[in-house]
Write a protein that binds this ligand. Structure first.
Ligand code: KG4
Ligand code: ZN
Length: 345
């Protein structure tokens, strides 16, 4: 595998690992010992709300301020000295270049300074493996739905590092659609939690929004047509009452959830797996969780949803992926560059 050293590292027993995540607008630092999470610090940036999206330069300037502070508080909470950390990891992509650089440079500097291994972790693999950061921590074969602000992926997971992309969005990611629709409706950023909150009191049947690519015969998604339908619907309404806004939220959310659930079930049946996993920011959504539980029960699949605190961006999932890789005998070269477009496979 490119950028990875192949020799096994001389570790027996639990290692203590520190991971830094700065791929977008969350700054996060976590410390893991074996499978025990000793600290997981996250600082979300609210400055982007005024722009309705993440401004890269604002994000990276904020990472520079937050990361050293979180590093200090994470090791303090974990009760370990930096010199006692066995390996340092950071997200190396995909994400915003100027944001990724901050976390990767810090982790590399620490690895260099303390002469410890460095692990460059794929953010998507962090999400993908996060449902396994519980129980027996064993990665069993599964079909995985990764739904975040930047990605919507269906992946067949055979084992660690043995992934096959089944499908992806051909335009907007699911989370991105939530964010854009929320902006249209004058709701805050990030849009997912806002839409979910308003959907609670809305009628999901009032607007019949399209279920794009539901019958496409492949495992890809499209959310841009749905977003446009909400825009057209809005343009037709003279003014929107609170009730109508809530109905739009509920109807939009229902359309996204239905497509995500049905296409995941179809992929799981086709791959003949026993297990379905769901991760990423959108997997915080309670309706998605509920519908996945019901669909998996009906179809006879076991389901693992990422724990709520692991759904949105965090460093614990990066630390977990790094610990699995370290255990498998891998570490990255210090010369490993960040890659804003890093693919999962
Ligand atoms: O995984 P994440 O924190 O960042 C990326 O890797 O992109 O995901 C952020 C996305 C945002 O688009 C946000 O609106 C969405 O996850 N999100 C939600 C919910 N909470 C966060 N979408 C729907 N319902 C939610 N409750
Ligand atoms: Zn993410």
């Amino acid at each position: 595998m490119k950028g990875w050293q192949a020799e096994r590292l001389p570790y027996n027993g639990p290692v203590t690992l520190l991971a830094i995540e700065t791929s977008c607008d969350e700054t996060a630092v976590a410390v893991l010992r074996g499978n025990e999470l000793l600290a997981s610090e996250v600082a979300s940036q609210t400055e982007h709300e005024a722009y309705g999206g993440v401004v890269p330069e604002v994000a990276s300037r904020n990472h520079l301020v937050h990361a050293p502070r979180l590093l200090e508080s994470a090791v303090k909470k974990a009760g370990v000295a930096l010199s006692a950390i066995d390996a340092f990891a950071a997200t190396s992509g995909p994400g915003l270049a100027s944001s990724l650089m901050i976390g990767a440079s810090m982790a590399k500097g620490l690895a260099l300074g303390f002469a410890k291994p460095y692990l460059a972790i794929n953010h998507l693999e962090g999400h993908l493996l996060s449902p396994f950061f519980t129980g027996d921590f064993e990665i069993s074969p599964n079909v995985s739905l990764v739904v975040s602000g930047g990605h919507t992926l269906l992946v067949e997971v055979r084992a660690l590092d043995d992934y096959r992309i089944l499908g992806r969005t051909v335009d907007d990611a699911a989370g991105e659609a939530f964010d854009k629709v929320a902006k249209m409706l004058g709701l805050g950023y990030p849009g997912g939690p806002e839409i979910e909150r308003h959907a609670l009191s809305g009628d999901p049947k009032r607007f019949d929004f399209p279920r794009s690519m539901l019958e496409s015969g492949d495992h890809n998604f499209s959310f841009s047509g749905l977003k446009t339908s909400v825009r057209y619907q809005l343009a037709k309404l003279p003014a929107i009452s609170d009730e109508t806004r809530d109905d739009l939220c509920a109807s939009f959310q229902r359309a996204v959830v239905e497509v995500l659930v049905k296409k995941t079930m179809r992929a799981a049946r086709e791959c003949r797996v026993k297990l379905v996993t769901v991760s990423g920011g959108v997997s915080c959504n309670a309706e998605l969780g509920r519908e996945m539980v019901e669909a998996c029960q009906r179809a006879g699949f076991e389901l693992r949803l990422a724990a709520r605190e692991l759904c949105t961006d965090n460093a614990a999932m990066i630390a977990f992926a790094a610990s699995l890789r370290l255990e498998a005998g891998f570490a990255s070269e210090l010369s490993q560059e960040i890659d804003p477009n890093l693919a999962l496979v």
